[in-house]
Ligand binder design. Structure first.
Ligand SMILES: Cc1cc2nc3c(=O)[nH]c(=O)nc-3n(C[C@H](O)[C@H](O)[C@H](O)COP(=O)(O)O)c2cc1C
Length: 221
């Protein structure tokens, strides 16, 4: 079982978010997962320029670190997204990473995977930011198993209790993967996404050849 943590904090190991991700992966590791952390704030990931070439060919025009990182996620059973709250959202680095996954969303490439998200905020909004990242995981096709949102202003006892929570969430994620856990409350949304994306790809099948081929293969046609 492989679980990858993707963090997008420019402060990296010196920041507030990294220790929570580390604790989550420690929990996952104690449940038998092989784990890795990738800090995309230290990687070269260029903006999506909206050319739609990836829909057509499965390849991006940018030759940067995105593909290598994305392939690692495709080989992972579990994914943890971690970002600080920057102006009530994820950091620009995380959003840029998300924008590069439009093709993966159309193809629902995270189907069968599990994940959850972690955010920290100086004042408020960490829950909302982690829920936004969880929504991105679900939009990609994954099931989400929980979330961590630590508002530092309210964390009177310091980070330790949050690290303990993150550790437990990491264990929960690994256990969901091992037991192939079902989340009935998320099934309706996945069904809606699959149908919507299938309609979209089919309507554009002449142009979006890569996505149509991917869809056909997935359906065994
Ligand atoms: C550019 C920037 C924007 C921020 N925006 C917010 C914000 O909107 N709300 C908030 O509560 N904290 C905000 N913060 C504080 C960070 O969310 C907080 O310090 C976080 O724990 C940083 O995580 P890190 O140390 O892992 O990078 C911001 C910090 C920076 C540098």
């Amino acid at each position: 079982m492989r679980i990858t943590g993707v963090i997008a904090s420019p402060r990296g190991k010196k920041g507030n978010t990294y220790p929570l991700l580390e604790a989550a992966l420690k929990g996952a590791g104690d449940e038998g997962a092989k784990t890795e952390i990738i800090n995309i704030a230290k990687s070269e990931i260029n903006y999506c320029n909206g050319c739609l070439k990836c829909f057509k060919s499965g390849k991006c025009i940018h030759d940067d670190d995105f593909e290598k990182i994305f392939l690692k996620l495709m080989k992972s059973d579990g994914i943890i997204f971690a970002s600080p709250n920057y102006i009530n959202s994820v950091t620009g680095q995380m959003k840029t990473f998300f924008d590069r996954m439009a093709d993966a969303i159309h193809c629902q490439m995270f189907e069968g995977k599990y994940g959850f998200s972690i955010s920290t905020a100086g004042g408020s909004g960490a829950d909302e930011v982690s829920e936004y990242m969880n929504q991105t995981l679900r939009v990609l096709g994954a099931d989400t198993t929980g979330h961590i949102g630590m508002d530092i202003a309210d964390a009177e006892e310091g980070a330790k209790p949050w690290e303990n929570k993150a550790y437990e969430e990491g264990k929960k994620l690994a256990s969901a993967i091992r037991n192939n856990e079902k989340f009935p409350e998320q099934e309706e949304f996945h069904k809606y996404m699959q149908e919507r994306m299938e309609k979209l790809i089919t309507a554009n099948k002449k142009e979006w050849k890569h996505e149509y081929k991917y869809l056909k293969k997935k359906k065994g046609e």
